[in-house]
Design a binder for this molecule. Sequence first.
Ligand SMILES: NC(=O)c1ccc[n+]([C@@H]2O[C@H](COP(=O)([O-])OP(=O)(O)OC[C@H]3O[C@@H](n4cnc5c(N)ncnc54)[C@H](O)[C@@H]3O)[C@@H](O)[C@H]2O)c1
Length: 271
Amino acid sequence: MNFEGTTTVVTGAANGIGAALSRRFHAAGARVVVADRDAENLKKIESELNALRPDSAFAVVSDISTEAGNVALINAAREKFGFIHLFFANAGVAVGTFLEDTDEATWNMAMDINLHSHRWAAKHLIGDWLAAGEGYFCSTASAAGLLSQIGSATYSVSKHGAVAFAEWMSITYGDRGVRVTCLCPQGVNTNMLNPPGRDDGIDKRGGEVVKASGAVLEPHEVADIVHDTIVAEKFLVMPHAEVHTYEQRKVADRDRWLAGMRKLQNRIFQG
Ligand SMILES: NC(=O)c1ccc[n+]([C@@H]2O[C@H](COP(=O)([O-])OP(=O)(O)OC[C@H]3O[C@@H](n4cnc5c(N)ncnc54)[C@H](O)[C@@H]3O)[C@@H](O)[C@H]2O)c1
């Protein structure tokens, strides 16, 4: 895929992986619509990109936790730059822990932002994409969507859903020109993994599990791998090679894998 002169939309673009994706695809020549509810940092990214190439970035302050929020973003992006070639459903939250500690509002927030936002965006992109015979959807799920997130039912379930939805998109529309990539990283050095006093980052012990399970990558390293995977039009982005090994162990013997996960949980949560 050649990104020169194409339009990319990135949700969760004000920080972390989304900011890195915005910079990476902008550097590849795309016009980038950056979307986030964090207006302050979003404006900084927009200014940074427009300073490199005038009128190549457009900030849309958005809340993608509703269908209306996704529709407003897509309409604003089309109005500014026309056809959307590539859409990153990247915004996410790590909220919720154990069943007994997680209320309905928290479950709904996790499901709306981490999963339903993907289908709401896709629902309002697919018509244009099928008519044009092209379009690219990239979702940021997580290694937790392939394995599990120790200490968070909401994150595990919503991210499994995101992987399942991306697979379904590829199966359903892949032969009609719609390409799909699903990003499944383990630890990435962002506010989510190291929350600066916020309540929408991962639980501290859950973060310890992630950090104990492998390397913590920088967002720009992940964005480079995503770029290369999209150029190659491959489905899965697994920036941490060990996740592949964990997944193979899970498929080979689920009982043994579950016992191993319980052992890891006991080490972190009782320690
Ligand atoms: N950091 C990690 O270790 C890690 C690992 C696996 C997957 N992920 C996933 O990567 C994605 C990006 O997260 P990150 O690590 O860059 O964290 P981050 O907290 O730095 O960025 C997430 C961004 O999403 C935005 N956002 C959240 N809810 C929103 C909403 N309703 N509307 C608009 N914007 C919203 C936030 O404002 C923030 O800018 C998430 O989907 C996350 O689950 C992160």
